[in-house]
Design a protein around this ligand. Structure first.
Ligand code: FAD
Length: 528
């Protein structure tokens, strides 16, 4: 028999979205925050560049909004972009006051100012950062704030396996598994917030940590929520070639190019000016495709990121982690160009939410990378995702305070999970490896109609093979099932868009088609 727990608000995930929401929602009642690994383990923890907000005197939310809209390739929603860019600066200051130590300096008038970084697609310096460890600092600061609030029960090593719905289709909790003991536990809640992050582990090469298996998107989708824009996957152009740190490629932040580093081919040619007037600071999709094209046409495994002309002192002060990690790989970036390759980095799509973070399932909220708010459209402007997570976590909590949380759920039927078995876990591992290769090859930086069709057919077969894994009380089995689910969502959405727009590039339809200037919405009826 599974154990039982009850809470007012259940939060799944301890990245920036889950932690900020838990902190803000704790005014309303008992909050239980569960997270599948240790408290800080999340994509947030590895963010380097920073969080974008118009805080400088020469900047304004309107300028930040125009940069965001220009990058979104016709699909970023102007009202949402305005809302995020206008509320962002005050919230970033609050984050700082909550104990997140961003890099600052004291100006000539004796006032503390953020030390702002520059990144591609931004026409002002507006990246608030903590050296190149912004995410780590956010996690540390927010976990500390949540723990010291005394209002949130934070439960590490607990995996949300499936959402629970009552007869009316309202979300009333989840089944979770203790990752230590495998014990299933039923959690009843009046409202559930999914803040489970992205899907990078669906690809062979990714900057995302192992937790990024699309659990929230897959669970929400299975519970009936609509999913939007899953074809828009951002590939970061510069991950350290050959690096594999616990399942993720080490990222060389865009801020390095922001400070003047130049992309070159292996024989030293600076190639980006052939692709875009902003050269190495062009939007990420253009840089990733250019690097991919150069590598393919020359038969080379990587391109070079050259920061050797920058002052060594600037590199060591501004990029201590990157400098150190490169040194550990035998590269002194003050003297040697860094070998880099593109890797899957961010999903712009996710569970469709309104301006209060409500999904299309009653009682179910989503924020952060697992949600699709309309901010990014077809492409994400650098450093806008931490901001989006913060703004929408805040709005979700504010709205709950205003509207009140729903009443106690009634009785719910729970289907029992089968005990974990070794053979199933091995099968899950093999399926995961095949799907990662399939996605990298056919649903990656450059796509084709045939490739997408092949990926769709093969994924359907893999889902068939994985059907029994979906009932297992096993984290690896359930993660594989979730990865298959989100991979199918990516491929289905990509096939519904026979054009190229933003992050979705299909060689058979290389132009943008105004007829497709709309979101791609998928629900269970459409994928079945
Ligand atoms: C290397 C790297 C660098 C980046 N740099 C930047 C940057 O500079 N600026 C920027 O704006 N964005 C950056 N991004 C993107 C940004 O970090 C993420 O989009 C953002 O942190 C997502 O926050 P989140 O709270 O939605 O999810 P995450 O931070 O990923 O947190 C998800 C949480 O959910 C938990 N979880 C997942 N599934 C389950 C489950 N089934 N049960 C229980 N818990 C679960 C995870 O353990 C984790 O705690 C970067 C991403 C990476 C990978």
């Amino acid at each position: 028999m599974p154990g039982h727990l009850s809470t007012d608000i259940l939060v799944v995930g301890s990245g920036i979205a889950g932690l900020w929401f838990a902190l803000r929602a704790s005014r309303l009642g008992r909050v239980l925050l569960i997270t599948k690994k240790s408290d800080v383990e999340s994509a947030t923890n590895y963010a380097q560049g920073g969080i974008a907000a118009a805080t400088a005197e020469n900047d304004a939310p309107g300028l930040h909004a125009s940069d965001t809209l220009a990058t979104g390739a016709g699909l970023a929603r102007p009202a949402i972009v305005r809302l995020v860019t206008e509320t962002g600066p005050a919230l970033v200051r609050e984050l700082h006051e909550t104990g997140v130590g961003f890099s600052t300096y004291v100006d000539a008038r004796g006032r503390e100012q953020f030390d702002l970084g520059q990144e591609g697609g931004h026409h002002r310096r507006r990246i608030v950062h903590a050296a190149d460890r912004t995410g780590l600092e956010i996690e540390r600061g927010l976990v500390r704030a949540v723990k010291s609030s005394g209002q949130v029960m934070l439960s590490e090593e607990h995996f949300a396996a499936e959402l629970l719905l009552d007869d009316s289709g309202r979300c009333v909790g989840c089944q979770m598994l203790s990752t230590d003991s495998g014990e299933p536990i039923v959690v009843r809640a009046r409202v559930v917030m999914l803040a489970t992050g992205g899907i990078g582990q669906a690809y062979r090469h990714t900057t995302n940590p192992r937790i990024a298996t699309g659990d929230g998107i897959a669970m929400g989708f299975r519970a009936g929520a609509r999913v939007a824009n899953m074809e828009f996957i951002q590939f970061h152009p510069t991950s350290l070639y050959g690096s594999d740190i616990n399942g993720r490629a080490f990222l060389i932040s865009e801020a390095v190019r922001g400070e003047g580093a130049i992309l070159r081919t292996r024989d030293g040619e600076p190639f980006m000016s052939r692709y875009h007037p902003d050269a190495s600071l062009a939007p990420r999709d253009i840089v990733a495709r250019a690097a991919d094209a150069e590598m393919k046409s020359r038969g080379e495994d990587y391109v070079l990121l050259d920061a050797t002309h920058l002052a060594p002192e600037l590199i060591r002060r501004r990029f201590p982690t990157i400098h150190q990690t490169c040194l550990e790989s035998g590269i002194d970036m003050t003297k040697d160009p860094i070998p880099v390759v593109p890797a899957a980095h961010y999903v712009c799509g996710g569970l469709e939410v309104n301006e209060w973070s409500e999904t299309t399932v009653s009682g179910l909220l989503a924020a952060g990378e697992c949600a699709c708010t309309g901010l990014h459209g077809a492409n994400r402007l650098a450093s806008n995702s931490l901001l989006e997570a913060l703004v929408f976590a805040e709005r979700a909590a504010d709205h709950l305070v205003e509207a009140g949380i729903p009443g106690e759920p009634g009785d719910i039927a729970v289907s029992l999970l089968l005990p974990e078995d070794g053979a199933a876990v091995r099968r899950a591992g093999a399926l995961r490896e095949e799907l990662q290769g399939l996605m990298w090859q056919h649903a990656g930086i450059v796509r084709t109609d045939d490739g997408l069709r092949h990926a769709g057919d093969r994924l359907a077969e893999l889902c068939e093979q994985a059907s029994s894994l979906g009932r297992a009380a096993s984290v690896p089995c359930r993660e594989t099932v979730n990865l298959l689910e989100v991979a199918r969502l990516v491929v289905t959405s990509a096939r519904l868009r026979p054009e190229s727009r933003g992050l979705h590039y299909n060689q058979d339809h290389p132009q943008m088609d105004p007829g497709f200037a709309r979101d791609t919405i998928v629900d269970r009826a459409r994928i079945a």
